[in-house]
Design a protein around this ligand. Structure first.
Ligand code: UD1
Length: 361
């Protein structure tokens, strides 16, 4: 009997754990998945709790690179991944999304002539100042197989001269999300823990560098939030919490209508969003989860998930026009039909099938 094909999956940041959760089990039915955690996210709340709740097997390797500047973090991952790939000799490397872990995985693989598949290929927000946009572009230009969420991503790739091995598969993070909405509603006590009522609040998340590395941007957001006439629940990413302290902005969060917490486990976050009125975010994943839940979403940056904008279900805000920003948060309502690009929750199966029929056949 021939040996099973080995497929390395490189993950490192919170949303990537969600994205590979179902795929890793599916790959293991026919092949052998090697799960490699770069260690980009390392706090229990940012990493282990997701592995536990999503039933993800323990990683085969953890590089434990931890925090650092973008260059240092990516370089540490690259070094670690290269020696792991040499040791493990995978037949395919799968990278996901747009983080430094994605870029490092793809770079290490191409230098060793290992085929690369990129999940969420072709996403662009056309803002080259953002680390994620650079990670997306470089990763796609060294990738061999492109799993694109929707037609728009395929078009973006075409516009950059990439016109081969592209497959439209829907949205991979939606798979685990829809599979767990009911379970989260049953098992999470987050509303009771935070002392909030269903439909009585909006959810706020902030963590993208455009909003956290700039004191002016973070202050603009917090000032607007302070003015809101509605309860705001704000689970803060550790870096965002650090920036708020460093910039001396914490007093904006003292208002009675603001409820703060640390990063929440997956099920708590799902239940919190499901019972909210609307969502204010700069996260890519949360924009899609808002759409899946049919919650209006206000995005505090330029989005790469342009499909979410259809029907006004998601809208990009100018955080520096305070009156308009506050008005948008309080009064924006979708006016049309939402996009159905997220798919049926079977993206991981489509990707698995394509891997065995088109890549490792
Ligand atoms: C990364 C991704 C971003 C993604 C996000 C999801 C890049 C360039 N960015 O951003 O696209 O949306 O993950 O969360 O890859 N930290 C902790 N504990 C942790 C993890 C991080 O305290 O478990 C703090 C540290 O101060 C660290 C900082 O967050 O230096 C930045 O973490 P990093 O993984 O570099 O970027 P994110 O902001 O999480």
């Amino acid at each position: 009997m021939s040996e099973k094909k080995r497929i390395a999956l490189v993950v490192g940041a919170r949303p990537q754990f969600i994205k590979i959760a179902l795929l890793v089990h599916e790959l293991n039915k026919k092949g052998q998945a090697l799960l490699i955690h770069t260690g980009q996210h390392y706090d229990y709340e940012m990493s282990d709790s997701f592995f536990e709740q999503a039933g993800i097997p323990a990683p085969n390797h953890n590089l434990a690179v931890g925090s650092g500047t973008h260059g240092a973090q990516t370089a540490d991952m690259l070094k670690g991944l290269e020696s792991l790939f040499i040791q493990e000799q995978p037949d395919l490397v799968i990278v996901v999304g747009d983080t430094n872990s994605t870029l490092a995985g793809a770079l290490a693989a191409i230098k060793l002539h290992i085929p690369i598949a990129h999940i969420e290929a072709g996403m662009r927000n056309f803002d080259r100042k953002k680390p994620e946009e650079i990670n997306r572009i470089i990763t796609d230009h060294i990738t061999d197989y492109f799993f694109a969420p929707a037609q728009n991503a395929v078009q973006n790739l075409k516009n950059e001269g990439i016109d081969r091995n592209t497959f439209i598969v829907g949205d991979i993070s939606n798979d685990l999300f829809v599979a767990n909405i009911e379970k989260a509603e049953r098992e999470s006590n987050i509303l009771e823990t935070l002392g909030i009522e269903a439909q009585d609040y909006i959810v706020l998340t902030i963590h993208k560098s455009i909003n956290t590395d700039s004191r002016a941007n973070l202050e603009a957001i917090l000032k607007a939030v302070e003015q809101l006439d509605i309860k705001v629940v704000f689970p803060a990413h550790p870096r965002t919490a650090k920036c708020i302290q460093e910039y001396g902005l914490a007093s904006y969060l003292d208002a009675d209508h603001i409820v703060m917490s640390g990063p929440l486990p997956y099920f708590d976050m799902i239940r919190l969003m499901k019972n909210s009125q609307k969502i204010l975010t700069d996260s890519g994943g949360i924009q899609k989860e808002a759409l899946a839940l049919r919650k209006p979403c206000i995005t505090m940056r330029k989005t790469e998930w342009v499909e979410t904008l259809e029907g006004g279900w998601n809208i990009e805000a100018n955080i520096h026009d305070r009156a308009a920003f506050v008005d948008l948060i309080e009064h924006h309502h979708p006016s049309g039909e939402p996009s159905n690009f997220l798919g049926q929750g079977d993206t991981y199966q489509k990707i698995n099938d394509l891997i065995w029929s088109e890549i490792l056949s």
